[in-house]
Design a protein around this ligand. Structure first.
Ligand code: NAD
Length: 258
């Protein structure tokens, strides 16, 4: 599907809603931002790369949607709170938060340093915590909000050579379930999606085709995902159709790692 076509998605489940998507400058985050905007939401497109965040907003606007680029490093709590407070003040609310920003520091465990772990934890765990700390009070104040954390199937099954990443993604499951319990009675639902291998710029650049082919061979649906195929279940979890779902960890893997 072309980027323009998916930004112009026809259903309008999110008219009048305001969402924030982190790491939305490319890949899965961009697809989620476009999906939410295509369904009528105003989207805060947060990324530490202002150029790619701006490009996502351009695509959204050119398809008739609305949103704003927000430059911040999710691991920096002061920056994050400033951007989110401004978004909430300008738009009057924040209905959705998608914690998607991520990076990897691959390497065999015995070659890794404490810093490799901290770098990854800072973005995935602290980043999600910072965004939840800034968004949840706004959601709780109106008794309604929806949060989706983007974990990974590697957070369930682990893999060789990516222990910081797998540990962080498993940590997001703990955060998701804890906040689902803590915020449920306050009207805020918290869920997670575990994607399998997805064709994003980072995967295309970093993952050798022979590893991608091995993945495909082990995947019941015999292919890797398009970012839109991750965005769609995220949109579902954010929507009213998922009104009785919280604390769920949804695997979106084409059957890999089930
Ligand atoms: N692509 C896959 O196969 C796959 C599979 C499972 C899970 N995931 C997860 O999905 C999410 C998106 O993956 P992707 O492949 O689209 O990644 P990507 O590398 O293509 O995009 C990640 C985005 O996050 C931004 N980002 C990174 N660190 C940041 C920070 N500290 N603050 C703000 N922005 C930051 C980057 O600039 C980039 O725009 C990640 O959390 C990733 O771990 C991806």
């Amino acid at each position: 599907m072309s980027e323009k076509k998916r930004a112009g998605f026809l259903y309008k489940r999110f008219e009048g809603k305001v969402g924030l998507v982190t790491g939305a400058g490319q890949g899965i985050g961009r697809a989620i931002a476009m999906r939410l905007a295509g369904e009528g939401a105003f989207v805060g497109v947060l990324d530490w790369n202002p150029d790619t965040a701006g490009e996502t907003v351009e695509i959204i606007r050119s398809a008739g949607g609305s949103g704003i680029a927000l430059q911040a490093d999710v691991s920096q709590s002061v920056q994050v709170k400033e951007r989110i407070d401004k978004l909430a003040t300008d738009q009057g609310q924040i209905d959705f938060l998608v914690n998607n920003a991520g990076l990897d520091r691959p390497g065999g465990f015995l070659k890794l340093t404490e810093m490799s772990f901290l770098d990854v934890f800072k973005v995935h765990i602290l980043g999600a915590v910072n965004c939840c700390l800034a968004c949840a009070p706004v959601m709780i104040s109106v008794g309604d909000g929806r949060i989706v954390n983007i974990s990974s199937i590697y957070g369930k099954v682990g893999t060789k050579g990516e222990s910081p990443y797998c540990t962080a993604k498993a940590g997001l499951v703990g955060l998701t379930k804890s906040l689902a319990r803590e915020f449920g009675a306050k009207g805020v639902r918290v869920n997670a999606v575990m994607p399998g291998l997805t064709a994003t710029p980072t995967i295309k650049e970093m993952m050798h085709p022979k590893y991608q082919e091995a993945f495909v061979r082990e995947t019941p649906l015999s292919r890797i995902a398009d970012p839109d195929e991750i965005a769609a279940p995220v949109a579902f979890l954010l929507s009213d159709e998922a009104s009785f779902i919280t604390g769920a960890i949804l695997e979106v893997t084409g059957g890999w790692g089930m």
